[in-house]
Design a protein around this ligand. Sequence first.
Ligand code: SF4
Length: 202
Amino acid sequence: MAIDPTHRGIYSAMDMDIREGGEIEAFYAGHQEPIADPIDWINAPPLPQNVLLTSVDKIINWSRRSSVWPVTFGLACCAIEMMCTAASRFDLARFGMEIFRASPRQADLMIVAGTLTWKMAPWLRRIYDQMPEPKWVLAMGACGTSGGIFKGSYSVLPGFNKVVPIDVYVPGCPPRPEALIKAVTDIHDKIEKMHPTRKAGE
Ligand code: SF4
């Protein structure tokens, strides 16, 4: 880069050194006394005030609902809204859900977003079967509820519940991201009502 002689003051290495040296000397002069060590922890409240009692069920449910990882299952137009929900504006990360998994073995929520054809249905069921328990399924859009605008078609399922159990249905064609977020919080409510330490029937 050519140096502009009329701006020599800006580009002069000597001037920059002098200014930087002045700043360092001022900093040095202002930091001659040691800073007191933080001792707040010594004055912390006694142990009973720091103990929180709860049940194992509540802790497990809290952990599960705070880290629901969805498996990616976008099938059609609804998937665009699902992706939008995960992006910065609606920010699913607020719910501990930013990690959409490409493997069913690392996921506990299936968001089925789109139109499900009979040709695709066996593979949806297979992915569902590969997810570990406990797991939840969210049917996104009118197609998931009833087949939507394709209801009666020879090739489209009239509702995802023909092949997998659905925990929450999200109406709309397509549903807005806010509707999907509401459905996610409904899933959280379901999780909080579970009793993971009890066997079925107890
Ligand atoms: S519900 Fe509407 S937006 Fe969603 S997949 Fe079906 S046709 Fe597309």
